[in-house]
Ligand binder design. Structure first.
Ligand code: KG4
Ligand code: ZN
Length: 333
């Protein structure tokens, strides 16, 4: 089965062609980073306008790269939510129009399930049950997947998403947008123990996350320090990154231990971060747990992961009607 995946939930316009649920024939991601960089964050109105301009050429390029035509498709999968409503609407409208003309079955995909399905685009892929840590610009959550296509929410952020914290701290430090990659790069020359930053503790012991405290601590530090040398910026970036990584790994390990789960998936844009990948890998190796982390290009937003989740749902008999629409607050569990 050949599935076209379409992803426009945030600031990446993406299309991919996937064969048999795991073979990527083409994956095109048009980033809008340059559009939003001057603002240090995503401007929703600009994002949806750019999606409108880019989506058709991106789909054409994906089909061209795969050497296929619309008539070769067996299914169409589109991100239905969560995300920015104006952005989601562009993908959903195009997907519905294509489903109408090709008479292909259509399925709406939850963006977070898409991130989890990125782990199924490589061999070996996880078996169930597993615990997935999804860390992106909009979400930070732990999901238990007891069986295929079923999820339970185990914990989530109580304030900012981890990626959002990276983006905000990068802005504070005068680093480029998006913040994750620029902090990772800057942190390389810094000392992760240079400044002590607070680790959020959940007083009720829940496997939740909180990143606003560490972000505020960085803001105060920057304010007090006044002008910062580039060495000082590197130290702050390294300390911030190390603290966020520690918090993510700690809560993930705690949840896995309390659930008795020995199989983990790490995914979402922040999972492209090498320090995080290595820290969770070290824990998994030490405990003899299985850990699945998609390659960085499949951790950040892409349409191959949407096609993969869509393929599984189409195989399970799921169909969306042509009246389906964007659901900006769609939940996975
Ligand atoms: O999954 P994603 O591409 O989009 C959303 O669904 O939100 O995640 C984007 C987020 C951004 O906040 C970005 O700064 C962060 O992922 N990110 C990273 C890295 N690459 C992207 N964070 C830390 N280190 C990275 N290397
Ligand atoms: Zn995402």
């Amino acid at each position: 089965m050949i599935v076209l995946g379409i992803e426009t939930s945030c600031d990446e316009t993406a299309a991919a062609v996937l064969a048999d649920g795991a073979k990527i024939l083409a994956s095109v991601v048009a980033s809008q980073d340059q559009v939003h960089a001057p603002y240090g964050g995503i401007v929703p109105e600009l994002a949806s306008r750019r999606h409108v301009e880019t989506i058709v050429p991106v789909i054409q390029k994906a089909l061209g790269d795969a050497g296929l035509r619309l008539g070769d498709l067996d299914g169409i999968a589109v991100t239905q939510g969560p995300g920015l409503v104006g952005s989601l609407l562009v993908g959903c409208s195009v997907a519905k129009a294509l489903a109408y003309v090709t008479r292909c079955p259509l399925v709406g995909v939850n963006h977070l399930e898409g991130h989890i399905f990125a782990a199924f685009l490589q061999e070996p892929s996880p078996t169930h049950p597993f615990l997935a840590l999804v860390v992106s610009g909009g979400h930070t959550a732990l999901y238990l997947a007891p069986e295929p296509l079923r999820y339970a929410l185990i914990g989530q952020t109580r304030d900012d998403a981890a990626g959002e914290a990276f983006d905000k701290v990068a802005k504070l430090l005068g680093l480029g947008y998006p913040g994750g990659p620029s902090i990772e790069l800057t942190a390389k020359s810094g000392d992760p123990r240079a400044i002590a930053l607070p680790m959020a503790q959940m007083t009720d012991g829940a496997p939740d996350f909180s990143f606003s405290g560490v972000k505020t601590a960085v803001a105060l530090h920057v304010k007090r320090a006044g002008r910062l040398s580039s060495a000082a910026v590197a130290d702050i970036a390294a300390s911030f990154q190390a603290t966020v990584v520690k918090m993510l790994v700690r809560q993930c390990v705690r949840a896995a231990l309390s659930l008795g789960i020995r199989r983990l998936v790490l995914t979402g844009g922040v999972a492209a971060n090498r320090a995080l990948r290595e820290a969770l890998q070290a824990e998994a190796t030490e405990r003899e747990w299985e850990l699945f982390i998609p390659p960085p290009a499949l951790c950040t937003d892409n349409a191959a992961m949407i096609a993969a989740a869509g393929h599984a749902r189409l195989q399970a008999g799921e169909r969306a009607s042509l009246t389906m629409n964007a659901l900006p607050d769609l939940r996975l569990a």
